[in-house]
Design a binder for this molecule. Structure first.
Ligand code: GDP
Length: 197
């Protein structure tokens, strides 16, 4: 499967230095600690492809990975939600992020990750609004699903679905666990479609 032939392309501190706007790109976003690196490493079956965001407040890079070829890309956006980042930097970064989500032509979808135990928060919703402005479909992963029992997983899924429906954008949602390898196929299908694999 092509998704297993994912290779690191480049790290950029700003979108100005990102690859040419050709081909297809899917952005992965989520709060720090949401399980984004684990999800990327699990889906691509590569142990250390995406590195975990362990240092609070550290200036993080935008990482680009090529799936099969450099014209089908996964973009690992910096995790958000650390209070330690200075306000001015936050604002600058948010402007850039908004511009990227709204005007990047090769961007075909957003995968938004949230810990199944936490509902979508303010900045998640901000991301969703920008995705909507950019006409992007959103695929939501409720990560670390193994942390909840079956019944609680179902209720979390339903609650988040309702939260998303109120935003009136095209979305899909699934349970995911990197630990239990739950939901891999479902995610691979979405990526396969979006990245034309
Ligand atoms: P990131 O900051 O969003 O990249 O998150 P990481 O992938 O580094 O994960 C953050 C923490 O959650 C780490 O301690 C992981 O071991 C843990 N974690 C990630 N995925 C899962 C999962 O599927 N199940 C459980 N139980 N823990 C997970």
């Amino acid at each position: 499967k092509k998704i297993h032939q994912t290779e690191f392309l480049l790290s950029a501190p700003t979108f100005k230095l990102c690859p040419d706007d050709v081909g297809f790109e899917v952005a992965f976003a989520g709060r720090s600690n949401a399980g984004k690196s684990s999800a990327i490493n699990t889906i691509t079956q590569q142990k250390q492809l995406a590195r975990s965001s362990k240092t609070p407040g550290r200036t993080q890079m935008i990482n680009f990975f090529g799936v099969g070829s450099e014209n089908s890309r996964i973009v690992d956006l910096p995790g958000y939600g650390y209070a330690a980042v200075p306000e001015a930097m936050k604002i600058k970064w948010q402007k850039e992020l908004e511009e990227y989500l709204v005007s990047r032509k090769s961007l075909v979808g957003l995968v938004l990750m949230t810990d199944i135990r936490h509902p979508l928060k303010y900045f998640d919703e901000q991301m969703l609004h920008w995705a909507k402005d950019g006409g992007l479909p959103v695929h939501v992963l409720l990560t670390k699903a193994d942390k909840l029992k079956h019944g609680a997983q179902k209720s979390a899924l339903l609650a988040t679905k309702q939260q998303l429906q109120s935003l009136e954008l095209p979305f899909s949602i699934q349970l995911f666990s990197a630990l239990k390898k739950q939901g891999l196929q479902e995610l691979a299908l979405v990526l396969g479609e979006w990245l034309q694999l």
